[in-house]
Ligand binder design. Sequence first.
Ligand SMILES: NC(=O)c1ccc[n+]([C@@H]2O[C@H](COP(=O)([O-])OP(=O)(O)OC[C@H]3O[C@@H](n4cnc5c(N)ncnc54)[C@H](O)[C@@H]3O)[C@@H](O)[C@H]2O)c1
Length: 302
Amino acid sequence: MGVLKGKIAVVTGAGRGIGREICLSFAKQGAKIVVNDLGADRDGTSESKVADEVVKEIKELGSEAVANYDSVVTVEGGNNIFQTCIEAFGAMDILVNNAGILRDRTLYNMEESEWDGVINVHLKGHYNCSRPFVRYIRDSNRLNCRIINMSSVSGLYGSFGQTNYGAAKAGIAGFTRSLALEVAKYKCTVNTISPGAATRMTFDLIEAAGGKYDATDWTQGPEQIAPVVTWLCSDAADTVTSQIIHSQAGILGIMQQPAVIKSFTTEKLWTVEQLDKLMPELIEAKKHHDVEVSEKGAPKKI
Ligand SMILES: NC(=O)c1ccc[n+]([C@@H]2O[C@H](COP(=O)([O-])OP(=O)(O)OC[C@H]3O[C@@H](n4cnc5c(N)ncnc54)[C@H](O)[C@@H]3O)[C@@H](O)[C@H]2O)c1
């Protein structure tokens, strides 16, 4: 019996890459799925019906699926994706906000269309697709739902040439923390994934680093993220919410969240002279903290 038996899921941007693998894993675990994909090029332009192929694969695995080709960029698109699910399956339990594009450029040269395009697919896409779902959760008092959001080390660490993508991906981690508080009363969990995998989004980066994608190596491929997302959507993860789970290069980890690691207080307004002494102490504490975290976070072989 699958861990998602009877569950109904929507996965956006699921026509290829990480989203497709999540769909196949969900199908093997018994979920019914709406496969959303605009069928865009890597920069978000053009359209195709790549979702159909994934629907076919899901059916071959013995589960049910329907395709949806709406863009996550608009409120209307988000509503249509939700409506497709309700019309096909009568309910909804899981939303995976996965659709994504890249328009890399340093900020010196970044055009407004490159900024807006990336923010709209990633960050606004999360709003557009999540809002109809959370309204449904509230209005029908549907319990134990799941929302999975896709962030990136680009936003969580920083990445040259990706201020648009990094801002969106950091925003998605913030979106997750706030939404997790809002839907907690319905026992809905909201978690962020920090994925890394060889897909068309990263093939050129892998090649530029002198590597070559080996499709037989699971530690490189997008299939490594799917079981992690599946587990987070299962009953075993009932109490896991507001977390950032890292899945990349065969490593499974949990990320730290922003927190104050050292602080001072005083009765009078800070003086700049005081800060000459206190700020270096804070920076030093942060350096020690970073070293400690990187040592503790090194992968443990199992
Ligand atoms: N591959 C990685 O290493 C990596 C790293 C960090 C984050 N991510 C994130 O993971 C997610 C999946 O990426 P991937 O690597 O599988 O990329 P991918 O390009 O293989 O898949 C993304 C899919 O999203 C679809 N899409 C694009 N714009 C859309 C829109 N407006 N509406 C609906 N669908 C749309 C595309 O057609 C495509 O099929 C993205 O959010 C990406 O930013 C990936």
